[in-house]
Design a binder for this molecule. Structure first.
Ligand SMILES: Cc1cc2nc3c(=O)[nH]c(=O)nc-3n(C[C@H](O)[C@H](O)[C@H](O)COP(=O)(O)O)c2cc1C
Length: 279
């Protein structure tokens, strides 16, 4: 791994940051890749500093190295540099200014349009195309590719943040990017150097017992786990955002009302309009 691994935390510190001191799992194998993965954090404060030549292509090579369902490669990605388009995307995303400020902004597409063009060229119909399964395949492909780009970026000393809020209006995103039918922006991504004036901290996750099941799914002591995690994330929020929201409060704020979906309750109809029948 590169020189940036030198600044990564030790295994003990990385696990403590990821889970909080009270829920550290047993230490297992450890290496530079794991140190990089456990040190992940998003940022929403970017320096305007341009990325070194070839960085975009390197990130895309990492993205294309991700597994892809049946090697169909049903994703594409669009870079957006035009400030006017960035501003419109930021507005769609509820005013997320980092979309305008980051040096590299990517829109990741679930893209079956290429398959459609193959069908046209080969004079074939694709019976599997209109199904929900095909949309899911493309969305999973896009996410796996994008996450490889995130890891690659972090290995280069860059940080990122995903922008799922582009799904607030997938039709407008498609119009702005001139997407063909069968392509939809599933999320955006800001990439750049984090502004050191805005410290970033690893955000703790649920204890492993909440997500890891052995053999069969067992709902264990979920209430106690959630209470402990609420304390952990509440403290994180206070340190980083000056408000002590617990995880429970955040989950409810995000999912409890239709209003919080910010237009995404209409997603099925919009996807259908964009060429994903979702049968
Ligand atoms: C698919 C996806 C969409 C996301 N959309 C947004 C977004 O629109 N705006 C934002 O600020 N963060 C967004 N995030 C970042 C998450 O809020 C963040 O990953 C989560 O809070 C965990 O924090 P961490 O990445 O620092 O560990 C998104 C993350 C994912 C995976």
């Amino acid at each position: 791994m590169d020189a940036h691994s030198a600044g990564r935390p030790s295994q003990a510190d990385a696990l403590a940051a990821r889970y909080g001191r009270a829920a550290i799992p047993a230490a297992g194998p450890w290496n530079d890749t794991l140190a990089l993965l456990l040190d992940h954090k998003s940022t929403r404060a970017f320096l305007p500093t341009a990325l070194p030549t070839g960085t975009l292509e390197t990130l895309i090579a990492a993205a294309q190295s991700a597994p892809t369902s049946s090697n169909l490669q049903t994703w594409s990605v669009v870079t957006v540099t035009d400030p006017a388009v960035r501003a419109k995307l930021a507005a769609i995303a509820g005013g997320q200014k980092h979309i305008e400020q980051c040096p590299l902004f990517l829109v990741w597409l679930a893209d079956v349009s290429r398959l459609g063009r193959i069908a046209d060229a080969e004079a074939r119909t694709l019976e599997g195309m209109p199904y929900l399964e095909t949309f899911l395949v493309a969305s999973i492909d896009a996410a796996l590719a994008a996450q490889n780009a995130v890891v690659a970026a972090e290995s280069l000393g860059l940080l990122t943040v995903y922008i799922g809020a582009l799904r607030n209006d997938v039709e407008e995103v498609a119009r702005l990017l001139d997407l063909p039918p069968g392509a939809v922006g599933v999320f955006g991504m800001c990439v750049g150097y984090a502004d050191p004036a805005v410290p970033t901290e690893v955000k703790p996750r649920l204890p492993q017992a909440a997500v890891l099941h052995h053999g069969t799914y067992r709902i264990g002591d979920e209430t106690a786990q959630r209470a402990a995690y609420d304390v952990e994330l509440g403290a994180f929020s206070k340190r980083n955002e000056m408000q002590a929201d617990t995880w429970t409060e955040r989950v409810l704020a995000r999912i409890a009302t239709l209003r919080a979906l910010r237009g995404r309750d209409l997603l099925k109809a919009k996807l259908r309009a964009l060429g994903f029948p979702l049968k």
